[in-house]
Write a protein that binds this ligand. Structure first.
Ligand SMILES: [Zn+2]
Ligand SMILES: [Zn+2]
Length: 49
């Protein structure tokens, strides 16, 4: 699955920061940086497969 905002990048992370994203926001690495969360505050989507 590719990122809605960065069509060339695969979505691989879910925000797990304490600020509560709506719908546990799915993110690519670019989104993670824009979103301002650290890697340890995200969940790798691999864990769900
Ligand atoms: Zn978030
Ligand atoms: Zn993105």
């Amino acid at each position: 699955m590719y990122c809605k905002f960065h069509p060339k990048i695969q979505v691989s992370l879910i925000c797990a920061a304490p600020h509560k994203c709506q719908f546990k926001r799915k993110m690519c690495v670019e989104c993670q940086q824009e979103h301002g969360v650290e890697v340890k505050q995200t969940i790798l989507m691999k864990k769900f497969y």
